[in-house]
Design a binder for this molecule. Structure first.
Ligand SMILES: Cc1ncc(COP(=O)(O)O)c(C=O)c1O
Length: 378
């Protein structure tokens, strides 16, 4: 069994059909798409190697042992006791957002979310013929907050679904229990279904607790769908595996109905990798959090010292930083960074063109080199 994890190990990703590294190519450091440049936990690699060596890649079922691994993971990390049959398997989280639009809003009805946010939150409603309603997050005393009054007004005007990103990509906030409770209260009063995307929940960098929305408000199980995946935590997005947790049977049925005939069962590598990650990835995960904390601290210190005109709030969770760059007088900040040799995500896709998103889920040496390159622009 390999037990070493070296997050500084240089692993060449160019030429592996990597979305992050090969889409643009060239000598550009890609600090954009949200995967990490690290090898997954060695136990996951070994499990996948063993599975590959079997040489027969037929249809897979989801073994009871994987159901148990998910149930145990949620209990161990969050004290959230779920039943196995609350789980709905998904090929990834984004189909869950789209399904929710179909399931819980009629054509033309409103789907509400807080901007800026991960672009598929903004795309899914229109893709499904529903109406996107956005309310901007509020920056108070250097901290991003949920715009509860704006959400209340928008819900009162007739939204049927609310997408919550919890913790938030790209704002890096871990929403507190009282904030989540206020949001669920609002959903209850306006008969809105809450879709809580908790894909980043295992990536809490500060001494803060992630409280799943459905755990915070167990009496509102009939209006909460939680979306989760091991893909961000253990760097497995290429395995295509995610799940929803829906405690209420009627809500689960409604959620599943539009997906009939469209959702593939998880593949054999997905179930193998996910189970190994949840069962055996704990030590790697702790080491990862320590490494990401180091990157986050280095980034925050560098921006404060060297980029005084760039606005950056503290990143409590995720490996994503949200940089306000509208004071720099650049026509196209993302293009300017690309010319300097660093690909960042343009804020416009997240709903705010004044920002860029930087992914620090990379080797420290890559981050240092990217910041050196960005010094000519930022
Ligand atoms: C909030 C959020 N949800 C979903 C996803 C993507 O999930 P998946 O690849 O499972 O569709 C991401 C990826 O960055 C994300 O940040």
């Amino acid at each position: 069994m390999r037990v070493d994890f070296d997050f500084d190990d240089p692993i060449e990703r160019r030429g592996t059909a990597s979305f992050k590294w090969d889409l643009h190519g060239g000598d550009v450091l890609p600090l954009w798409v949200a995967d990490m440049d690290f090898a997954s936990p060695p136990q996951v690699v070994e499990a996948l190697e063993d599975r590959a060596a079997h040489c027969v890649y037929g249809y897979s079922l989801v073994p009871d042992s994987l159901v148990e691994a998910v149930v145990e993971h949620l209990d161990r990390r969050y004290g959230w006791r779920i039943e196995g049959d609350w789980i709905v398997w998904l090929p990834s989280v984004v189909p869950g957002l789209n399904l929710a639009c179909d399931a819980f809003a009629a054509p033309g009805e409103g789907v509400l979310t807080v901007t800026p946010v991960y672009p598929p939150f903004l795309e899914a409603p229109g893709q499904r013929g529903r109406r996107l309603v956005t309310v901007p997050a509020e920056l108070r005393d250097g901290r991003w907050e949920l715009p509860l009054d704006g959400l209340e007004a928008a819900a009162a005007a007739g939204a049927r679904v609310l997408f919550l990103c919890h913790p938030h990509n790209p704002l890096g906030r871990v929403w507190r229990q009282d904030e989540v409770e206020a949001l669920v209260d609002l959903c209850r009063r306006h008969d809105v279904v809450l879709i809580s995307d908790e894909i980043h929940c295992d990536l809490i960098l500060d001494d803060l607790a992630h409280v799943p929305a459905a755990l915070a408000c167990p009496n509102d199980a009939d209006r909460i769908v939680t979306l989760m995946s091991p893909s961000k935590t253990f760097n497995l997005p290429g395995l295509n595996f995610a799940f929803a947790v829906v405690a209420d049977k009627a809500l689960r049925r409604r959620f599943l109905r539009p997906g009939k005939g469209l959702l593939p069962f998880p593949g054999c590598f997905a179930v193998t990798g996910a189970e190994a990650a949840y069962r055996e990835g704990g030590a790697w995960h702790e080491a990862l959090l320590a490494y990401l904390r180091g990157n986050r601290d280095a980034l925050e210190a560098f921006v404060a010292a060297e980029f005084p005109r760039v606005r950056m709030t503290h990143v409590e969770a995720t490996y994503l930083a949200w940089l306000g760059v509208d004071n720099l007088g650049l026509d196209d900040a993302a293009a300017a960074c690309r010319s300097a040799g660093v690909e960042l995500s343009a804020g416009a896709a997240f709903g705010d063109p004044a920002y860029l998103r930087l992914n620090f889920g990379c080797r420290r040496a890559t981050l240092d080199e990217a910041l050196r390159r960005l010094s000519t622009v930022l």
